[in-house]
Write a protein that binds this ligand. Sequence first.
Ligand SMILES: Cc1cc2nc3c(=O)[nH]c(=O)nc-3n(C[C@H](O)[C@H](O)[C@H](O)COP(=O)(O)O)c2cc1C
Length: 443
Amino acid sequence: MNLAGKKILLGVSGGIAAYKSCELLRLLQKKGAEVRVCMTESATQFVAPLTFASLSKCPVYLKSGAVEARPFQHIDFPRWADLYLVVPATANAIGKFACGIADDPVSLCFMSCNCPRFIAPAMNVAMYNSPAVKRNLEALRGFENTTVLESPAGELACGEVGQGRLLEPAEIVKWLEANSVILSVAHCAESKDLPAVPKAPEPPAFPVAQDIEPTLDKTLPGYGKKVLITAGRTEEAIDPVRYISNRSSGKTAVAIAATFLASGFDVSVVAGPMEAEFPGGVHVTRVKSACDMHAAVLAQAKDADVLVHCAAVADYRPKAPANEKIKDSRSQLVLELVPNPNILRDCTAARLEGRAKPSQVIVGFALETDHFKEHAAEKLQKSGADALLLNAPVASGSGFGFDDVRYALVRPGADIPEMKLGSKVDLAQEIVDFAKGKLDGRI
Ligand SMILES: Cc1cc2nc3c(=O)[nH]c(=O)nc-3n(C[C@H](O)[C@H](O)[C@H](O)COP(=O)(O)O)c2cc1C
């Protein structure tokens, strides 16, 4: 969509990312859009209204009314707008939108506008993953004319890592320009028959732990120790019905979880989509995308004694998943991919920086199809893991979905052993023995 000539109302709520709204305003203006601003009271603590008034060359709509030009801005501004962007949207603002509270300019405009509304959440990862925010975002995704823009994972202003970052202003502009069908609806804003805006892509799946208490046997070697395992594959949305993924069945992770459980460990799993099922007693957190898995793992890894990164995580994801099914135009379609966060490396970094137990044992997985030893040695060195389970699914009769696999446990400073063909249970036992040896100080 060409943003030139579009009237855009920018709602700014009180998060640390509020300063980025100034950049967004300028970028929108550069594209030829006319921008007006409304702010919550707490947003004015982060950026002075005068900044927005100067940049937009228009009085800012504020609760205090200090910079107000007219008494009916809560109606005027939303009626004027072709689009309403709330950037950043705080947890508080999101809660108000979802619950129908309208006691400040940003929430009032949200309620009274009938043009397409776009919400860019930005907050700390714990806030983002809180049940209330998840529920409210989920509710908003179901609202007519409302699109929740994806919040990428990464380093947050507070220094923590996870989902909750504000989508960069340039990315927001690109996203708006790329989603021509949605924005063409904005032209109908004056019409009484406003067509429904297509629904946002399926929301990220968030942790849902199965509340099963394992029977803990104090005589077992793993008693009192926690292991966190990543499992399955990830799905990276292209549009609401398509995704990029791989063929991982999750069987190896199930064997590893069962073997740790049998050794008395408290076993938690962050699992992407997979066919195999975990035994009772394993706490399972379900996720879909690599970013979801990254956030869930970093949130849970802190107090784990052992981390096993077994999931087949997509290295890349589509940069801007479409909000509606991409139509078949019979012409070439280019998908731009961006790298996903590296979960293994971020976990070893967390241990190094004291954000996880220093004694934590970290085991990665390296699925290789060629130059096995060279690739495994390089990955082990770059990852900072204590061991890497090199495995090769391409060998005939082994790999994805099969019970046998070719594998070798690679450790820093040791010769890389030849891969052997064994069952996934054998592989799991080798990992558990290694973890126990490391925890006991025998290795
Ligand atoms: C330094 C600081 C940074 C904050 N950053 C955020 C943030 O990024 N996201 C968020 O949801 N809340 C953040 N908060 C909390 C909000 O400012 C607080 O919930 C406030 O009531 C939001 O009001 P509003 O939604 O009306 O703007 C922050 C608070 C402080 C003091």
